[in-house]
Design a binder for this molecule. Structure first.
Ligand code: HMG
Ligand code: MG
Length: 319
């Protein structure tokens, strides 16, 4: 029934027209299984998570962050990380299947399972470093340094997230210089890619430009930068357009707009992958995703979670 509805409405695909100054292709970095599910209240069976990942891959998403190697008591929802990787087998171990790793214990767990790609996750603010990592902003670099060093020495790909790049619920506005300093210090550890996190979704179009200006001034060009916008204030897609217009080619998104951070007040879902795909398609930007399959995946996942997807495109195509 739902599939039939999707097929009917798919004739309303966006008119395609190229826009100057935008990239030809974008890599969608899918965070649904990790950021999307880390904050869910109910228990999601490991088999459902594995099926979610398989369906995302089948829909054409290539880079999929699968889970986190953090203590179960910190994020109970992802406490089955090892089981999930076991169920996914080879699908979880390639270079495009990163997992979150905060410390050496997390790295050891990931390496034991043969994973080849990790993401450390720092904070631009003191308050969130304390809440999310149980240590100060300065101390976080000491925790990450040996992780990045060992991972790189063993040929792993390493991403560095920076949270609270656009505002912090405890500290308020976060100076661009403080964000740039955090980004620079994490990248100086040897990370391959930076992801700018708007954890609570307060950033706006102009703010994105200002931050990218600041990063460019210290030599951090958009070729090494991804963007990670939560959509709390409805700005995620607009902010993504700002980033793309500056040459960013890696965009984090979450199928169905799932997501949130258990340690950040007012963090809601990420930019919905479907909403991003619709916009990219309209601009003729390559993304590799089959929108119909992706919408069907989010409809299926919404049924598993017992609540509708918040993605506008999912609602429009399958509502
Ligand atoms: P801690 O309690 O200070 O850790 O937490 P510890 O080193 O003192 O160790 C305490 C116990 O945990 C020990 O066990 C360790 O072995 C164990 P015990 O001796 O008591 O039996 N332990 C571990 N077990 C399994 N895996 C590990 C691990 N590490 C220690 N990796 C820690 C410090 C950093 C671990 C904790 O604060 C933590 O895990 N924080 C992560 C919270 C989190 O996952 N938040 C959500 C992800 S971030 C996010 O969503 C933002 C993002 O999307 C970007 C954006 O939106 O801005 C990325
Ligand atoms: Mg996030």
């Amino acid at each position: 029934m739902r599939t039939a509805q999707i097929e009917t409405v798919r004739s309303l695909a966006p008119e395609v027209g190229a826009v100057g100054g935008m990239p030809d292709a974008v890599t969608i970095y899918e965070v649904g299984p990790r950021d999307g599910l880390q904050n869910e209240k109910g228990v999601i069976p490991t088999a459902v998570k594995a099926e979610f990942v398989r369906r995302l891959l089948d829909a054409g998403l290539d880079t999929v962050e699968t889970t986190s190697f953090v203590p179960q008591k910190w994020v109970p929802q992802l406490g089955d990380a090892a089981e999930l990787i076991g169920q996914l087998g080879d699908l979880a171990t390639g270079p495009k299947r990163p997992v979150l790793v905060p410390n050496m214990k997390g790295l050891e767990r990931a390496q034991e399972l043969g994973l080849s790609s990790i993401a450390v996750f720092g904070s631009a603010t003191e308050a969130f470093a304390q809440k999310n990592l149980n240590r100060g902003r300065e101390e976080q670099f000491e925790m990450f340094a040996p992780v990045v060093e060992q991972a790189r020495a063993e040929g792993m790909w390493v991403r560095a997230y920076v949270s609270m790049c656009f505002g912090d619920p405890w500290e308020g506005p976060v100076p661009v210089s403080q964000v740039v300093d955090t980004c620079q210090r994490l990248m100086d550890l040897g990370c391959d890619q930076l992801s700018l996190g708007d954890t609570i979704g307060v950033g706006t179009y102009a703010h994105v430009h200002h931050l990218l200006d600041g990063l460019e001034d210290v030599g951090l060009g958009t070729d090494r930068i991804g963007v990670h916008f939560h959509d709390t204030y409805g700005q995620a897609l607009s902010n993504t357009m700002a980033a793309l217009s500056r040459g960013v080619r890696v965009v984090d998104a979450s199928a169905g707009g799932l997501g949130g951070c258990p340690y950040a007040k007012s963090a809601t879902g990420n930019l919905a992958t479907e909403d991003l795909v619709w916009a990219l398609e309209g601009m003729g930007i390559e993304h590799g995703v089959d929108l119909e399959k992706l919408v069907a995946t989010s409809v299926w996942m919404a049924e598993q979670l017992g609540k509708p997807s918040v993605s506008r495109v999912v609602k429009a195509l399958a509502g």
